[in-house]
Design a binder for this molecule. Structure first.
Ligand code: SAM
Ligand code: SF4
Length: 330
């Protein structure tokens, strides 16, 4: 098996992969999807054995962290079996397997995730107000997600809450969310809305720059820049008095591309070097043919053209790329 490390044209080592296991989702968050989202036909989605073969190729080439995502990863049929198989790679080349989930199915799956070796998960929660939660997700049941979070904590999973900061929607909830997270022992990461795929409204309507949020928070708390890194793009702050860790993902106000260590793989085996660009390779047929050499060759081709940075602008006339976050895997 090829063991050559994956290094892009800017000398960045690729050690982190976001792997989407489905583009489907049981929610329709307004900033992420349209109400009438069309999903890829099931037969185009990579099968478990193809995902595992790909993970093995990537691990051999130095990938240390895999984050399973989607769409909603926990709506993939047989997801527990897949997680268990991938979990067997932890300590054998892979340092960490994690997941980003909307939490709706977590109560059912949390024990299996923990048993498979997952130690921490990100749960998206944009509001703790049942009505606002439903408005943002268009169909979510807050109670179900809170139960999922409880079950995950009980199963011993460390939880980070992901909250997309939305002007006029949840901006007044940021401080209460931070306090709640601190009280529950969770970390909180705030995210700026990114212009990915068309949605019904103008994203500018609800775009809330995190610079602004930071200044507001600093009136109430002492924020001390932390050295904590989790292999992701967030900058972290220790929140004085609360003992909580606050992350900020600011692709629009403070681009984080310099230290990019990742590639993103869709549920159909398309690999993108950057969330905000269209350069891609298709691995599904190569994986079906069991052609690891061709997969490695294609990966090398992608690394050679991995862009230096995305060029997101919230006020641009069209989204930076046509595909939605749920397709690329957030
Ligand atoms: N369904 C899972 C969830 O919601 O956690 C995993 C996939 S979702 C695409 C991953 C993360 O991307 C979520 O935290 C979500 O809030 C975020 N997200 C989706 N669309 C986004 C956008 N346009 N801008 C910023 N964040 C986005
Ligand atoms: Fe689904 Fe996650 Fe997108 Fe919300 S953010 S619609 S939960 S994929």
């Amino acid at each position: 098996m090829t063991r050559t490390p994956m290094i892009d044209g800017f000398g960045r080592h690729i050690t982190y992969v976001r792997l989407s296991v489905t583009d489907r989702c049981d929610l329709r968050c307004r900033y992420c999807m349209t109400e009438q989202m069309r999903f890829v036909p099931r037969h185009e989605v990579l099968r478990d054995e193809e995902i595992v073969a790909l993970a093995d190729i990537l691990i051999a080439r130095g990938v240390k962290r895999i984050r399973l995502t989607g769409g909603e990863p926990l709506v993939r049929r047989g997801v527990e079996r897949l997680v268990e198989t991938l979990g067997q790679r932890i300590g054998r080349g892979l340092d960490e397997l994690t997941m980003t989930t909307n939490g709706t199915q977590l109560a059912r799956h949390a024990p299996a995730l923990a048993a498979a070796g997952i130690r921490r998960i990100n749960v998206s929660l944009d509001s703790r107000d049942p009505e606002l939660f439903r408005t943002i997700t268009r169909r979510g049941e807050l109670k179900q997600v809170l139960k999922g979070i409880e079950a995950a904590a009980l199963a011993g999973l460390k939880i980070k809450i992901n909250m997309v900061a939305l002007r006029g929607l949840n901006e007044e909830e940021i401080v209460p969310m931070l306090r709640w997270c601190a009280a529950e022992g969770h970390d909180l990461t705030l995210i700026e809305t990114m212009p990915l795929g068309e949605v019904e409204h103008q994203r500018t309507d609800h775009y809330l720059p995190l610079m602004e949020v930071r200044s507001r928070l600093e009136r109430e708390f002492e924020l001390v820049l932390s050295t904590a890194r989790t292999g992701g793009p967030a900058r972290y702050f220790e929140v004085g008095g609360l003992g909580a860790l606050l992350g900020m993902i600011t692709p629009l106000t403070d681009n984080f591309c310099e230290g990019c260590n990742r590639i993103r793989i869709t549920a159909t085996g398309t690999v993108f070097g950057c969330l905000g660009h269209d350069r891609k390779i298709e691995l599904r047929e190569l994986l079906q043919a069991g052609d690891a050499a061709a997969v490695n060759g294609a990966l090398d081709g992608l690394l050679a053209v991995k862009p230096r940075a995305h060029t997101f602008r919230i006020d641009a006339a069209a989204p930076a790329v046509e595909r939605h976050m749920s397709v690329t895997g957030g």
